[in-house]
Design a protein around this ligand. Structure first.
Ligand SMILES: C[S@@+](CC[C@H](N)C(=O)[O-])C[C@H]1O[C@@H](n2cnc3c(N)ncnc32)[C@H](O)[C@@H]1O
Length: 345
């Protein structure tokens, strides 16, 4: 059920703590899909306010976002030397209904005493306003959460928070077919989201490996086409997708430098680098150039391709492709990944 008065609310998002600009890039892409004119303002590195959205949008983004730890309705911000009076002035009634099970959680506050103090003050203010609420610590109907940032406490309110996004069940080692080149599902999901693919559209991964990008797309109701030159990879991907009971996917065994597909709404891929994954005798430059050429041919105007490649390779873009986002992710001393989002002009 949405928050009462669901239109014209401000959203509050807490991003997960990766040392990268990709969480903010992903949130921005998701907002542009569902509420294109919304202004995002960052409060510190992990906390973002989305002005004038609706609770359905906040719900969808919270579920889709790989790097969205929690999203909800922005209730208010108060000074962090919390006084009982300040909290009592906050009207929680638009967000909670009598009879709801609720919980309060301060997030990212290291000092346990401060945390307990603030949670207690908020708890008594809420129960004074809505006396028939029940405190429910596991799976509450409503979670009121707070984050301390820039000498203030930002309060958000989330209904039916689904904390677990199933990363562990979907990681490479948990699936029947494993290969060392497999991406983390969280990262693969962010790559899909950066393309701004909508439900029921088609995404293409021309170097699909074990199928992590396809798997995450399919879970978001996006049709996925995967291509790999390696028969073992194609068969393994099929096994992985079957294991996860994912049906909106098709796998083609082919050489993607001679792409057998004529159209797709968006593209996301992680190129073979020749370290964990074989380039089958071709240079990364040849693979990259053919990828860019085919992206120009396949992508509809205004649509996006997300591409991952190792730092150190120069990206020479044709005039039809414009760079809209660029992120770097340090993996280990020998590998920093570059993620770019390209838009077809
Ligand atoms: C980095 S891996 C992809 C990993 C994948 N994202 C995953 O999560 O499992 C790159 C894949 O490209 C495939 N590949 C290499 N050259 C290819 C080509 N010319 N056409 C299609 N696939 C190719 C390799 O077999 C490898 O599986």
């Amino acid at each position: 059920m949405p928050i009462l008065n669901s239109d014209g609310i401000d959203g509050l998002f807490l991003l997960s703590g990766e040392d990268s600009s990709i969480p903010m890039g992903e949130l921005d892409s998701l907002i542009r899909i569902y509420h294109p004119n919304t202004e995002l303002s960052s409060v510190g590195r992990r906390l973002v306010i989305a002005k004038n959205v609706n609770s359905e949008t906040v719900d969808i983004i919270s579920r889709r976002g790989a790097y969205v730890y929690i999203g909800g309705t922005f209730v208010t911000s108060i000074q962090n030397n919390v006084r009982v009076r300040d909290i009592e002035e906050v009207d929680f009634r638009p967000f909670i209904q009598n009879g709801d099970g609720f919980a309060i959680r301060m997030m990212g506050t290291r000092d346990e005493d401060v945390k307990v103090k603030i949670e207690t003050i908020i708890g008594s203010a809420v129960t004074r306003q809505l006396p028939s609420l029940r405190v429910t610590l596991s799976n509450p109907d409503v979670l009121i959460w707070g984050v301390e940032q820039s000498k203030k406490i930002y309060l958000g309110c989330t209904r039916n928070w689904d904390r677990k996004k199933g990363w562990v069940q979907r990681r490479a080692r948990s699936k029947p077919f494993f290969h060392a080149s497999a991406l983390y599902p969280k990262f693969a999901r962010a790559l899909v989201n950066l393309t701004m693919a909508r439900e029921h559209e088609t995404i293409l991964d021309p170097f699909c490996g074990t199928g992590t990008i396809l798997q995450e797309a399919s879970l978001m109701n996006i049709e996925a086409i995967g291509i790999d030159i390696d028969k073992k990879m194609c068969m393994g991907t099929n096994r992985n997708l079957k294991h996860l009971d994912l049906k909106r996917t098709s796998i083609i065994r082919s050489d993607s430098t001679v792409l057998p597909v004529k159209s797709a709404d968006v593209i996301a891929t992680d190129l073979p680098y020749g370290r964990c994954s074989s380039t089958k005798g071709k240079t990364l430059r040849t693979i990259l150039d053919s990828f860019l050429r085919d992206t120009c041919r396949i992508l509809p105007l205004g649509r996006k391709a997300t591409l991952v490649y190792p730092k150190g390779i120069k990206l020479i873009l044709p005039p039809e492709l414009v760079l809209t986002q660029k992120h770097e992710i340090f993996m280990h001393t020998n590998l920093t990944r570059v993620v770019v989002v390209l838009e077809r002009q």
